[in-house]
Design a protein around this ligand. Structure first.
Ligand SMILES: NC(=O)c1ccc[n+]([C@@H]2O[C@H](COP(=O)([O-])OP(=O)(O)OC[C@H]3O[C@@H](n4cnc5c(N)ncnc54)[C@H](O)[C@@H]3O)[C@@H](O)[C@H]2O)c1
Length: 256
């Protein structure tokens, strides 16, 4: 075991979607460091394998799963693999997501359905179909990745914002029903972070600087900031927290 192993998720079984990049990778690495067995999943097998290799290099334990969150058969296969290996799931992180920039009046039905399927419907399906495994754990937790865009809005992100607001509503609704199964459901609202998702817009120096200036703490989120928030919500330290959104944005959304 690596020297930075800290054990706040000791013996927990975790499934993370979109694990090949950005927040998903950072969450997997943090969970691995904290003693969880991480099922890292993505539709991109190469980047997902890199995440698994990084976890193992740091002394953690992980299994790669091919999981396109839009494919019902992939979801069924992933849950079945976890069931056969461990019979339970302690932490589910619905992180996989895409963005789109489009004027609302030009959004096509195809664009709309694609972003809803990946950013919203997938979290519904995994949370619904994963219940049996989550119930088998002794106090499980679902963490959904929303965004500050669930509550503040900018041009050309209407479809994205819709999915993120819906993720907040979905999380709170499921929290009410899943409390009976001892499953907590929370969501994280990250601010801007430099990941593959934001690469194109942050290449514009004026935009980049403008966003930093508008953030009271004067920087972007690091993927590790989101991973630490996920760690807290996944851990037993958050055992009385459910239906809650944790904003991790350096104060951006509260400043006029
Ligand atoms: N980067 C930001 O500034 C930011 C801010 C707020 C919220 N978020 C949210 O955080 C989450 C992660 O974003 P990121 O910045 O790490 O993005 P990213 O583009 O770096 O990583 C997203 C990952 O999801 C995977 N993915 C996409 N579609 C998939 C599918 N159908 N099935 C399985 N995997 C799929 C990709 O292959 C990729 O590995 C997303 O839900 C995003 O909306 C990001």
């Amino acid at each position: 075991m690596g020297t930075d192993h800290m054990g706040r998720l000791e013996k927990k079984i975790a499934l993370v979607t979109g694990a090949g990049s950005g927040f998903g990778r950072a969450i997997c690495l943090e969970f691995g460091r904290q003693g969880a067995h991480v099922f890292a999943s993505d539709r991109d097998d190469d980047s997902n394998q890199e995440t698994v290799d990084l976890i193992k290099e740091a002394g953690g334990s992980a299994t790669p799963l091919h999981l396109d969150v839009c494919e019902v058969k992939d979801i069924a296969a992933a849950l079945s693999t976890i069931e056969q290996a461990h019979g339970r799931l302690d932490v589910l992180v619905n992180n996989a997501g895409i963005t789109q920039r489009e004027d609302f009046r030009h959004i096509t039905d195809e664009q709309w359905h694609e972003i809803l399927d990946i950013n919203l419907t997938a979290a519904m399906r995994l949370s619904r179909d994963g219940l049996k495994l989550l119930t088998a754990a002794d106090g499980a937790s679902i963490i959904n990745i929303s965004s500050i865009m669930e509550g503040v809005h900018v041009r050309q992100l209407s479809a994205y914002s819709t999915t993120k607001a819906a993720i907040a509503g979905l999380s709170r609704s499921i929290a009410v029903e899943y409390a009976a199964f001892n499953v907590r459901v929370n969501y994280i609202c990250p601010g801007y972070a430099a990941t593959a998702m934001t690469e194109r817009i942050l290449r514009n120096e004026a935009v980049r600087q403008g966003l930093v200036n508008r953030t009271p703490l004067k920087r972007f989120a690091a993927p590790e900031d989101i991973a630490k928030a996920a760690l807290f919500l996944a851990s037993d330290e958050a055992s009385f927290i459910t239906g809650e959104g944790l904003t991790v944005d350096g104060g951006m959304n509260i400043q006029l």
